[in-house]
Design a protein. Structure first.
Length: 286
């Protein structure tokens, strides 16, 4: 290897000083030009010897690699645990503030489905959970701890809120369920004499409709005996689902497909009859 060394020769000025023109030179400034000294460059090459002495990194064995990988995995697990703990804790805190606001804002609706004692018990669980959050030591915190606390905290409040929702949906659900049973019976009646459907298929469909109707009527009767502050005998979505259980039977979905066409044809006949009646009435008036 070689290094180039450069030197400058010529006139040099002392650093921090400047040239000052005399009054005599000022007179001749316009008639003279500045003299710039010529800079000469001289290059000298020097040979260098380079010796490689190795790197600073030690050899990395397979066991060292596994130990490092294990350390990284442990760090990842600790990070995941920290995030899960924070998320579970935040969920508990959010529920406390949310449910307290619901009980304040929907006081009228809640009072229809819960006694004062039930409301007080539910809110007491919420208050105790809020106090408990301040008492938990950081080293005791875990996602499971916060999840379990949320589960016990929300049980009584959620039972009340479910009753509020069910009270608002129950009447419509009963109406829809009974309409579905009626529809099933009408469809079964229309396919009663169809030769394409066997007696076994008709019997299966009728049994499913009767089973659904029995369950629905029993649940409605049970609910009528309960007060609004008690656990409902059924959920509205469950009632509707039972009323639609026989819709999935092939004998109903496939064999009764023609019933819709028949209904449309019946509507067209009625429409044509009304049209003829109207024309007849006009003729009589004429």
């Amino acid at each position: 290897a070689s290094v180039e060394v450069k030197k400058q020769s010529g006139e040099e000025k002392e650093e921090g000083t400047s040239e000052t023109q005399t009054p005599d030179s000022d007179k001749n400034a316009s008639n003279s030009t500045d003299i710039v000294p010529e800079i000469k460059t001289r290059t000298k090459k020097v040979s260098l010897t380079v010796t490689y002495e190795g790197g600073d990194m030690l050899s990395f064995t397979e066991s060292d690699f596994k130990a490092s990988l294990k350390k990284l995995e442990d760090m990842d697990l600790r990070d995941i645990a920290v995030h899960e703990n924070a998320a579970a804790k935040n969920k508990l805190e959010s529920y406390i503030y949310e449910v307290r606001g619901i009980f304040e804002d929907d006081e009228k609706a809640i009072s229809k489905v819960a006694t004062k004692e039930q409301i007080q018990d539910a809110l007491q669980e919420v208050k105790e959970a809020e106090d408990w959050l301040w008492d938990v030591e950081p080293e005791e915190e875990s996602a499971k701890l916060f999840r379990d606390k949320l589960k016990t905290t929300r049980k009584k409040a959620d039972d009340i809120l479910v009753r509020v929702v069910e009270l608002g949906e129950r009447a419509e659900a009963i109406k829809k369920a009974l309409a579905n049973i009626k529809r099933g019976k009408a469809a079964a009646l229309k396919i009663k004499n169809r030769t394409a459907i066997t007696d076994e298929e008709r019997s299966k469909l009728n049994n499913e409709i009767q089973s659904a109707e029995k369950w629905i009527l029993e649940k409605i009767e049970q609910q009528e005996k309960l007060s609004l502050t008690e656990k409902p005998a059924f959920k509205s979505a469950e009632l509707v689902k039972w009323s639609e259980s026989f819709f999935e039977i092939p004998e109903f979905t496939c064999k009764t497909k023609g019933t819709a066409e028949e209904e449309e044809e019946e509507k067209r006949k009625k429409y044509r009859l009304r049209g003829r009646s109207s024309e007849t009435a006009k003729a009589h008036r004429g």
